[in-house]
Design a binder for this molecule. Sequence first.
Ligand code: ATP
Length: 250
Amino acid sequence: MLEARGISSGYGSVDVLHELDLQLAQEEVVAVVGANGAGKSTLVRTLSGLLPLRGGSIEMDGTSIGSVSPHARARRGLIMVPEGRRLFAGLTVRENVDLGRSARGRRDDPDPIDVLGEIFPIVRERQDQRAGLLSGGEQQQVAFARALAGRPRYLLLDEPSLGLSPALTTQLFETIVKIREGLPIGILLVEQMVDRALALADRAYVVERGRVVLSGPAAEVAASSEVQRAYLGDMGAAERPAPAADPSAS
Ligand code: ATP
């Protein structure tokens, strides 16, 4: 279990997270949703150790990690896929994936390209190509493979759909389903695509101005009137126009 208790953090003189509680079990997908500027990326940065804690505690499987460096957290199995993917454009796909391996890998581990090529065919097919030449969706697969090469127990995904076309976003969510089905990993999914994230997740937290304002099973959070109104564009049954044909459904 990854457990944040009463965590606070921020930048300079500004506190962004205020005494926030969050839990993520292994083999669970937990969504974090909220408006722009609510503090979602700040939460991911704080959990991964890029931002120092100003209050509260973070435990991973019973061990306190709140004052441990990001690298040490990664070695213990807490790995982040940052917003914007942040691959090394000039390095090959294989070199990028190998960098992830150094987080926790051992010399006698199987080649991650062989293992991860099953989930991400692009990684195997394009292993010798420079990462910067791949499309956004392909780069997202490499970023996932790099993170998984570090054998995470908990994976933090910060806005993975950002910049992807609708078709690639669908592919991305399918990839997350594949990861959750194939590997014993807890996944924290920070997403602006609130409907997609809630459809996929087991549980969800709604964050507003650095505080959790609602949490629970994802289906219940999705059905709540607050989330319907604020994030899913529900105008209320009386005002709702008849549904139009969905052009992307064909
Ligand atoms: P978005 O989806 O727009 O990224 P978010 O929920 O992830 O939103 P954060 O990026 O965590 O929100 O930002 C929360 C608050 O912290 C905002 O008010 C933002 O302006 C501020 N903030 C974010 N990064 C920094 C930084 N490096 N320095 C100072 N303030 C920052």
